[in-house]
Design a protein around this ligand. Structure first.
Ligand SMILES: [Zn+2]
Length: 83
């Protein structure tokens, strides 16, 4: 499976070893579930014209704000209280 995206970190092309800067088009070639090869725009044959200009950002997982059972989230020390 291949897909075009934009580089989120500076990297090297796996074909010509050209430097790919952040935001440049990048062709991802999925070899296996864990192995993905990177190709620059030249080696990949040119990025599609409809490639978004924004860099894809993975949506961070929601932060679990459940108290850990030690202190409530709204805990605050009363002034003058010995601790
Ligand atoms: Zn290349």
């Amino acid at each position: 499976m291949t897909r075009w995206t934009r580089a989120t970190v500076a990297t090297l092309c796996g074909g010509c070893r050209r430097h790919i800067a952040v935001g440049e088009p990048l062709l991802l070639l999925r070899v296996t579930a864990k192995i993905e090869k990177r190709r620059c725009e030249i080696c990949g044959g040119g990025a599609p014209p409809d490639l978004p200009r924004e860099i894809e950002r993975a949506t961070p997982p929601p932060v679990d704000m459940t108290p850990l059972g030690l202190l409530p989230l709204n805990w605050s020390r009363t002034p003058g209280e010995e601790g």
